[in-house]
Design a protein. Sequence first.
Length: 191
Amino acid sequence: MQLDRLVQFHKTLADPTRIRILSLLAQGPLHGQALAGKLGLTPSTITHHVRKLREVGLVFERRNKNSLYLHLDAKALQQKAQAITKWVNTPDKKERGELEQIRWEVIRNFFTADGKLTHLPAKHKKKLIVLEYLIKDLKVGVKYPENELNEYIKKFHDDYATIRRELIINHFMYRENGIYELNPPDMWKTF
């Protein structure tokens, strides 16, 4: 759904009368006079609100003899209501590509060709990218004794204590009684 259409949909629903109309139509089709009576509004006010709802595709009309009945398009309502979540949680392809490019530039700048970390970046965002890259071979749910984790980190950098501390500080891992475990990815600090 295009962003401008998504905004228009939410602007249209930013009126209590329109939400009440949708609620009534969810129970079944009604004609304008019935809506006006149930809501205590004039027919012209109902016509105005229905026109706005029709413009965003939530209401359609069907004629039955001399009466024009309004119907809720429940499927359209559901799809459009979920579109904001999809939009927010899914960056567009261009943005995803730019983020991946930034990640690989940081990794290329801070790791040697043989995979050794030259040093931890001073900038926090770059440090998070490096730390996430360092734990790529560790598994969620596996418990790592401190000496085993130290050996793993030494494959990348000799200062395993600093890196281990940074993994805890930035919520990539937690420690209890000398045992380390990866946090689920949704807990990790990310750039």
